[in-house]
Unconditional design. Structure first.
Length: 287
C-alpha cells in the first residue's frame, strides 16, 4: 500500500516548480491530487502527466487571494474525491511576482504591499479557513505552508517578501497550536534556492552565475523541486506524526554558515574568475 493511498491532497500552485513536483510526488504515492492554479495550460499538462503515469489528478482554476475561489477549490476536492486530507499551500512565483516584492518601507507602493500580503499570507489563512472544518470532522489533516530561508535571513530592499515569509512561520505555529487537538498537523518548509522551470531559463543564459550562486551553499549545489516535494511528503507521513508547528529548512546548508568568511571566499572566487556574470551585480553597483 502506498504512503498516501486513499488520501486527498490539494496543492496550490501545483502546475509548475515546487508545487508541480509535489503534486506528482503525492500522486505517485497513491493520493488523489487536486492541482489548484491560475496557469491552466501548465496545470493541465501536469494533470495529464500524472494520469499518464497511472495517478489520479484534477485541476481547479483559482485566484488564491479570493475567498470565494478558495472555497470553490475545497468544494471541488470534496465533490470529485470525497474530502480533503492534505493541503499544501505553495502558490507564489518569485519570478512572476518580482516587480511587486522589491523595495523598502519608503519605496514600496501600497498596492505592491497589498498584493504580496494577499498572495503570500492571506491566501494561507483562506486555505486553512476553508479546509480545516472538513479536517475537523474527520479528526485528521495535514497542512504544509511554504515559507523560505527569507523567513529568517533578510535581503536588502525586499520588505514585502521578507515580511510575508517571516509571517508564514508565525502563522504555521499558531495554527499548529489551535488545531493540534483536532489531530491536524501544520508545518512549514523553508526552501533555499530551488531551480524551477522559470529559474532554469535564467540560469541557462548565465551558467557561470549559477556556479557563483552554488558556491554560497556548503553542499556546493542549489536545490531542485523534488528536494522540497520529498520534504513535504515526509512531514505529511506517519513517520512525522509527532511533528507539528515546525519549519523544516531545506537549503543545502545556506543558512548555517557564518557570513564574514563566506564573503571573503566569494570575493576571491570573483577575482579568480573575472568572466563570471555575477547575478544582480548591476543592481548592487548602483547602491
Amino acid at each position: 500500500m502506498s504512503s498516501f493511498e486513499s488520501q486527498v491532497v490539494i496543492v496550490t500552485g501545483g502546475a509548475l516548480g515546487i508545487g508541480g513536483a509535489t503534486a506528482r510526488k503525492f500522486a505517485k504515492e497513491g493520493a488523489k491530487v487536486l492541482i489548484a492554479d491560475f496557469n491552466e495550460e501548465a496545470a493541465t499538462k501536469n494533470v495529464n502527466l500524472i494520469l499518464s503515469q497511472g495517478g489520479i489528478a484534477a485541476f481547479s482554476h483559482i485566484d488564491i487571494s479570493k475567498s470565494e475561489d478558495v472555497n470553490r477549490m475545497v468544494q471541488e476536492a470534496i465533490r470529485q474525491f470525497g474530502g480533503v486530507d492534505v493541503l499544501v499551500q505553495n502558490a507564489f512565483s518569485v519570478v512572476a511576482g518580482e516587480n511587486n516584492i522589491h523595495g523598502s518601507a519608503v519605496t514600496v507602493k501600497e498596492e505592491s504591499w497589498d498584493y504580496g500580503m494577499d498572495v503570500m499570507l492571506k491566501a494561507l489563512y483562506l486555505g486553512a479557513k476553508h479546509c480545516i472544518p472538513h479536517m475537523q470532522r474527520k479528526q485528521f489533516g495535514n497542512i504544509i505552508n511554504i515559507a523560505s530561508v527569507h523567513s529568517f535571513l533578510q535581503e536588502p530592499n525586499m520588505l514585502v517578501y521578507e515580511t510575508a515569509k517571516a509571517a508564514v512561520v508565525g502563522l504555521t505555529r499558531q495554527m499548529a497550536v489551535d488545531f493540534g487537538p483536532d489531530n491536524i498537523r501544520v508545518n512549514a518548509i523553508a526552501p533555499g534556492h530551488i531551480v524551477t522551470e522559470g529559474l532554469q531559463k535564467v540560469w541557462t543564459q548565465n551558467p557561470s552565475g549559477l556556479q557563483f550562486f552554488e558556491n554560497q551553499y556548503p553542499l556546493r549545489k542549489t536545490g531542485v523541486p523534488d528536494d522540497i516535494a520529498d520534504g513535504i511528503a515526509f512531514l505529511c507521513s506517519e513517520q512525522a506524526s509527532f511533528i507539528t508547528g515546525h519549519t523544516l529548512v531545506i537549503d543545502g546548508g545556506l543558512s548555517i554558515q557564518l557570513q564574514e568568511k563566506f564573503g571573503i571566499q566569494q570575493g576571491v572566487f570573483a577575482r579568480k574568475h573575472p568572466e563570471v556574470q555575477i547575478p544582480d551585480a548591476a543592481y548592487y553597483e548602483e547602491k
